[in-house]
Design a protein around this ligand. Structure first.
Ligand code: PMP
Length: 343
């Protein structure tokens, strides 16, 4: 598939669209003026709000690219089963595209992901197989789950979001160019999280090709927010994981280990608090990985060296996807205490 095909298919104004997939991409940028003013930040934080995608997350892009490419290669026909391992969002994206194009879907998920996502997966028509979270502590977890999925579903199309090159490629061909176009080339720093690594590898590589001095910064879960032998069920930031100090062979193939200029670690509590501050101050309710990305962007914007710099923070999904999670102590939310835009 060439880049023309991908770019032509993202949502365009002034049309009656014909396919669900035509609605993917072209998500808006919003500068967080209240948020920056309330903290006297030096840098400008611009959020790319990915919950505008039709199935509610950035992963609709990868889901679409993987399916369209498989169709073009003759590897998918109506009624076929699509399988993958997912922290939820890719599965929801794949299931939505599958529903609109006549495929079935089945996903393997860790038993610690948000129950809202599990409900959504089922609601979109997917079968859900839960895997013990402790399993993912195995350094060979990716190989083992991949092998299990292939063995249990020999006739299925394995989307393989962790290694499928269509995943980073769609960010190289859509997410990156959209940021470049919508900031008129003024973007200086890109901040994202890493699940499969597709977003930062693809969008990061595109933007660096346009502006060699551009920095890519990764927000990663820190101490207490990642599973360990002693605590395989910590309070995690859904959808992203630690990348520093992890041997490259244990990371998903789609992670570009060389792309990051800096990695900023934070706790799940910091990610959630930042998500709550964002909704209180800007009226944008994004998920926990968005809170993590915004927290990292805030650290960067607070540095005098970044005065006037344009920091694009990718917000992968909506907070509504985590409404049922225990992270929601509404009585302590910043907005409830009246710490909103007028602070
Ligand atoms: N945030 C959330 C909520 C996600 O579901 C994902 C993907 N698992 C990411 C961030 C990271 O995106 P990527 O897979 O492109 O690295």
């Amino acid at each position: 598939m060439n880049s023309g095909t991908l770019r032509a298919a993202v949502a365009k104004p002034g049309h009656i669209h014909d396919n669900l997939t035509d609605l993917i991409g072209n998500t808006p940028l919003l500068e967080l003026h209240n948020y920056a003013r309330n903290r006297n930040l030096f840098g400008r934080i611009v959020a790319k709000i990915e919950f505008f995608n039709p199935a509610g997350s950035i992963k609709d892009r990868a889901a679409w690219a993987i399916i369209v490419e498989a169709e073009a290669a003759g590897r998918l026909k109506r009624g076929d089963l699509i399988v993958d391992v997912t922290s939820g969002n890719t599965g929801i994206g794949l299931a939505a595209v599958a529903a609109s194009r006549g495929y079935r879907a089945k996903f393997y998920v860790s038993d610690n992901i948000s129950q809202d996502k599990v409900k959504l997966l089922r609601l979109y028509g997917a079968e859900v197989v839960t895997v013990n979270n402790a399993f993912f502590l195995d350094p060979e977890a990716i190989d083992k789950i991949t092998q299990r999925i292939r063995e249990e579903n020999p006739a299925a199309f394995f989307a393989d979001q962790l290694a499928n090159p269509a995943n980073p490629r769609t960010h190289f061909e859509t997410t990156g160019p959209e940021i470049w176009r919508d900031t008129a080339g003024s973007v200086d720093i890109l901040v994202g999280g890493v699940g499969t690594g597709g977003t930062t590898a693809g969008a990061g590589r595109f933007l660096k090709s346009k502006k060699p001095g551009l920095k890519v910064v990764i927000a990663e879960p820190g101490e207490g927010s990642i599973p360990t032998e002693d605590n395989p069920y910590p309070d995690e930031i859904d959808g992203v994981h630690k990348v520093s100090e992890v041997p490259p062979e244990q990371l998903p193939k789609n992670v570009d280990t060389g792309i990051a200029d800096e990695i900023i670690a934070l706790s799940t509590a910091q990610a959630r608090r930042t998500a709550l501050e964002l909704v209180a101050e800007e009226g944008i309710f994004a998920g926990t990985s968005s809170g993590a990305v915004l927290w990292a962007a805030t650290q960067l914007a607070a540095r005098a060296e970044n005065a006037g710099k344009v920091i694009v923070a990718i917000l992968p999904d909506t907070g509504e996807r985590y409404l049922g999670s225990t992270w929601w102590p509404l009585e302590t939310a910043p907005g409830v205490r009246g710490a909103g835009a007028a602070r």
